[in-house]
Design a protein around this ligand. Structure first.
Ligand SMILES: O=c1ccn([C@@H]2O[C@H](COP(=O)(O)O)[C@@H](O)[C@H]2O)c(=O)[nH]1
Length: 270
């Protein structure tokens, strides 16, 4: 999917919400555990209840890898369900990959070709040759970690090297890489104070913004400097939406949380 198509969808739905599908078998309603694939059943119910309120879904692969081969099968069933029944959705594999070039090519094949995601998150630490194999895929996006939402982001990402913070160097340098038009960036909602500076470096890029909800980030704070003329933001919320209830009404309660965020986005867009 192109960013233009993503923008069109955002404007139609008046929503730039991305729902995180981070399924933990200890947190999902117990009645689902009797199903052959509880993870998929949970995802299917969440997707069916929220699809009109968001434009993207982001499974974090850790929550699937943790369950071995069954977890991968649940991930595959989830992405196949989205691609078959909701093909207009933007899909993000939050996998935070990146390795030497030939290995990165294999990661890119796994997420773009085999699984059929629109995008994958990638760590920039190993540099250009670890990221360009992902960028080589047309109409697919590589979402580079720039300034993450966690406290540990201050360990390295905001430290100065040659008078410039590391996260700024990631943004500046990555713009020079081949097919850099296929880049997006992760910037945490908990780092709202940094969006003004970030937009000076990447005014036109889409930013994936996790950290609204359970991590305390605020939608309005992010939007103040994060929005651009193409909207340019995908705001992710996972736990606050999908675990709004642990009862049989979990999908209904997830929908209520998604409505709350969508209405706030509609207000901001108007
Ligand atoms: O900087 C980052 C990068 C990724 N994440 C991921 O996003 C979701 C957030 O989940 P919540 O439940 O809404 O807190 C999760 O998959 C993280 O691994 C992030 O939080 N921060």
């Amino acid at each position: 999917m192109t960013t233009k198509e993503l923008e069109i969808q955002i404007r139609q739905k008046k929503s730039f919400l991305c729902i995180g599908l981070d399924v933990d078998l200890h947190k999902i309603p117990s009645h689902l555990l009797t199903f052959d694939d509880p993870i998929f059943e949970f995802n299917k119910s969440i997707i069916d209840a929220t699809h009109h309120l968001c434009v993207a879904y982001k499974p974090n692969t850790a929550f699937y890898e943790a369950y071995g081969i069954k977890g991968w099968q649940s991930l595959k069933k989830t992405i196949d369900y989205l691609n078959e029944f909701y093909p207009e959705f933007y899909t993000i594999a939050d996998a935070k990959r990146g390795d030497i070039g030939n290995t990165s090519s294999m990661y890119a094949k796994a997420f773009f070709e085999d699984l059929g995601f629109d995008s994958v998150t990638v760590a920039p630490y190993m540099g250009k040759d670890s990221v360009e194999p992902f960028l080589a895929f047309p109409d697919k996006h590589t979402i580079l970690l720039a300034l993450t939402s966690n406290e540990g982001a201050f360990d390295f990402q905001t430290k100065k090297i040659d008078k410039n913070e590391l996260y700024k160097q990631v943004l500046e340098t990555s713009k020079t890489w081949k097919n850099s038009e296929n880049l997006m960036y992760v910037v945490g909602a908990t780092k709202a104070d940094y969006f003004k500076e970030i937009r000076k470096i990447v005014p036109n890029s889409f930013l994936l913004v996790p950290g609204v909800g359970a991590q305390g980030g605020k939608l309005e704070d992010v939007c103040e400097f994060g929005l651009n003329s193409q909207i340019g933001l995908l705001i992710n919320s996972s736990r606050e939406i999908i675990y709004a209830s642990s009862g049989k009404d979990f999908a209904e309660k997830a929908q209520e949380q998604a409505i709350r965020l969508q209405l706030a986005m509609e207000k901001i867009l108007s």
